[in-house]
Design a protein around this ligand. Structure first.
Ligand code: URA
Length: 437
């Protein structure tokens, strides 16, 4: 295998055969391709792109670098959701137990914060004792006992992606659609799924800044997952303002519990049941999106989803009833009357990181007690003195430092502004579009 030849061909825009890609990834996984060559390959892909069949081959090889879960003898459809990440995006925590309550198995492998966005694992670790480092054997045991699990990717899952992702992070090659596609799917498909739904976010608080860019990524993810035999669909959803009210760790878990008790913010509930409905229909457990949404609403209203969440937390070593400290409350109020014109979701994400709620560098310890609570949404009318955002922070000096940035992240205007639609579009696999037409 000649890595330099493959890099040169990619640099020149030539198609790389499945066999050569397989050789490259296998050699990289064995440690026979140095990082500088793999970084050059990533940069060549960044500039030249990849053809769809190359992305399928790359994904297959990255997936094959580790283990793939086997659910033989387990008679439930196995499903998962992946979100490209956003500020206040906590849907994994509400969705996994709701799906399990509907009879699906959910072996959810989640991540930590990336850029300004928080990570599901960090949020769940605000529950004392909660373990996110389960082995594949432990993960499968929890799914068999409870119906769902949320844990991190162990070394057994797609090790080639782990190494390549770290390289991409330091060589400015993360935002390449073929590399994002193979990275996400190599980990998700290792779960041995029957169906996958993708929540591809667009806007100021996500890494796809336009809805067109989000659509391109959604199409790539759906077509590669389908080519690999996993039913999938994607929703393109808004991330131009935080999702729900809470941003942080303990406060986001508290908000999820509110949703599972059926008293949480409407939009978290709506997105949870809409994404879940895609999976109930894909696995033939419901015959329409409407009836699937109804069923998911029922398992939340009846308390069944909350009961499964409590069992999952217990099975992963956590204690849902022990104190999750939340920092001292402060608030920012409107200085004038006006409409909320826009909210800089990304800036809010970075503020939470400054408060210790996310990492500035690998290995940072988090302060799970910090966070923000949004009191307004884009398009709302506010009056002078009305609270715009609350913060949770025990460190008074730090609060004084972030106060001006917090104020600057919420823009008031003197004219009406249309509220932003939460779900912008749906991307279906080609087979489904052909059946529909
Ligand atoms: N998340 C991933 O897992 N991989 C990427 O490349 C980007 C986001």
């Amino acid at each position: 295998m000649n890595a330099a030849r493959i890099i040169a061909d990619k640099r020149d825009g030539k198609r790389i055969s499945d066999e050569r890609l397989a050789d490259l990834i296998a050699a990289y996984t064995r440690g026979e391709v140095p990082d500088y060559q793999m970084a050059a390959f990533a940069m060549a892909v960044f500039f030249q792109g990849m053809q769809p069949n190359e992305v399928v081959a790359l994904t297959r090889e990255m997936l094959g670098s580790g283990q793939r879960m086997n659910w033989h003898g387990f008679n439930k459809p196995v499903v998962d959701k992946h979100s490209t990440g956003g500020i206040g995006d906590k849907i994994s925590i509400t969705l996994a137990p709701a799906l399990a309550a509907c009879g699906l198995a959910v072996p959810m492998i989640s991540g930590r914060g990336l850029g300004a966005t928080g990570g599901t694992l960090d949020k769940l670790e605000s529950i004392p004792g909660f373990r996110t480092d389960l082995s594949i054997r432990e993960l499968q045991q929890v799914v068999k006992e409870v119906g769902c699990v949320i844990t991190g990717a162990s070394d057994e899952i797609a090790p080639a992606d782990r190494r390549l992702y770290a390289l991409r992070d330091v060589t400015a090659t993360v935002p390449a659609v073929p590399l994002i596609t193979s990275s996400i799917l190599s980990k998700k498909l290792a779960e041995g799924l029957d169906a996958l739904v993708l929540d591809v976010k667009w806007g100021s608080g996500s890494f796809m800044k336009t809805s067109e860019a989000a659509r391109t990524l959604a199409e790539s993810l759906v077509s590669v997952a389908s080519a690999m035999g996993v039913r999938s669909s994607a929703l393109i959803t808004d991330m131009n303002q935080p999702l729900g009210q809470m941003i942080g760790n303990a406060v986001e878990v508290d908000e999820c519990i509110d949703v599972l008790l059926d008293v949480g913010p409407r939009e978290i509930f709506d997105l949870t049941v809409r994404l879940g409905a895609e999976l109930l229909v894909a696995t033939n457990l419901a015959d329409s999106i409407d009836s699937a949404e109804h069923e998911l609403g029922e398992v939340i209203a009846s308390g069944k989803a909350m009961e499964i969440f409590e069992r999952m937390v217990r099975a992963q070593g956590g204690d849902i009833n022990s104190d999750r400290h939340v920092g001292k409350r402060h608030k920012i109020v409107a200085e004038d009357d006006g409409f909320i014109g826009s909210i800089d979701a990304e800036a809010l994400g970075w503020i939470v990181i400054r408060m210790g709620g996310g990492r500035r560098k690998i290995g940072d310890t988090l302060d799970h007690s910090t966070g923000l609570q949004m009191m307004v949404k884009v398009g709302e009318w506010v009056e002078r003195g009305q609270p715009l955002v609350k913060s949770f922070c025990d460190d008074h000096d730090l609060w004084e430092q972030i106060r001006p940035d917090l104020r600057a992240a919420i823009h008031l205007v003197d004219h009406e502004v249309d509220p932003l639609p939460l779900i912008v579009d749906r991307v279906a696999p080609q087979s489904e579009s052909e059946t529909a037409s």
